[in-house]
Design a protein around this ligand. Sequence first.
Ligand code: SF4
Length: 472
Amino acid sequence: MRSQAMFFQRRAGAALADPQLQKKFAGLKGKFVDSRARAVAAYESDFDELRDAGRDIRDRVVANLDVWLELFEEKATQRGASVLWAKDGREICAHVLAIAQRHGVNKAIKSKSMLSEEAQLNAALSAAGVQPVETDLGEYILQIAGNEPPSHIIAPAAHKDLAEVADLFAATHHTPRKTEIPALTREAREVLREHFLSAGMGISGGNFLIAETGSVALVTNEGNGRMVTTLPKVHVVVTGIEKIVPTLEDFATLMRLLPRSATGQEISNYVSLCTGTKGPADADGPEHTYFVLVDNGRAGLLGSDFQEMLRCIRCGACMNHCPVYQSVGGHAYGWVYPGPMGAVLTSLYTGLENALDLPQASTLCNQCGVVCPVRIPLAELQRKLREQQSERGLRPWSERAALAAWAWVARRPALYALAAKLGVRYLNWLAGGEDRIRVLGLAPGWSTGRDFPAPQGRTFRELYQSRQESKA
Ligand code: SF4
């Protein structure tokens, strides 16, 4: 997926101005939020302790990533798999195409993989004469809709409604239009079944790689992951180097966090652990297994201010709870990863200068950090990105000048108090006796799509001082 992150403002504006899209977002609001809250409340033990344990596991991995990767390679190789390394999208495509060519593959079935989006793998496969077929229902919908990019990491077609899918299926499958969800899923199943049986290669991502066994863990709700990894004679796993967990026990801990944080489920419908190749006693499984372990910017985060981002287990909770994501949707962010985690990752992986508005796409309310199952301080990381943007002179001069002026005043308490007093009086005057300011005089663009609460009349300092005086 080619990055469009430079155009966040324009794309966000278009999403806000699209009433159809806004209606769909309103329908989604709360869906995952409520189910996560229920799952957390029903968790039999302390969920915060579980989050600490998840954070510690991920930190242990990231602190010694090379050691765990070497162990994984050794164990996976012992079980008959081949481990390949890719530093960027170009190398991912080269590896996968070489494997396809080696095994004479002309069709590849795929289960959801964000990294194949990072690498634009589908386009590379098609160009080389290998038909890629997405089998995750959301991804399949996007593929037949003209290869649309996903708008959510766990619900890629969240921006489409039932009527659109019904139209799409009727037009693509040349079948009578159906509007019942079970009928539509049955139709997708029937179409995909043919592909499952005729593909020479299965390509999957990986939720986790288990170092002690050399396995890949796949967590899905549709069961397509199982078909992709067991039916074709070749299975290729394309996943990031940070997806390692040391042991099966660590994996079990993270599995208590992932579905609850993502969809509010205690456990996903399908959890598969794929190890090695098909053995003599196995009824099914691939004859050839390849792991393509990808850097694509990840190793550069080690030892940096942003190392904590490597803990991410791609649950999507941060975007589900983000007021900005809820309003503008995933496409506005312009690359594979939307929401707060995307604002950080896209800036880091594609370059801060290519994602100028993403670190600003937040109120820093930290809802994302509060729900992140592995305690990534997303708001803090966005603030650090803003600092770097400012230091590198990447923000508009007017913004930098305004911030410099603010900083100059903030370092002079008497002046700051006076400025705050005048500011509050000015905002009260703008509110005209109402509790909301409809149009901010100095920043009309800011109040185009939202209201600004009017201040309470006096500054915090004034209120504090009068309270102290009344106590005396
Ligand atoms: S940053 Fe945290 S909340 Fe967001 S996807 Fe990653 S693990 Fe989930």
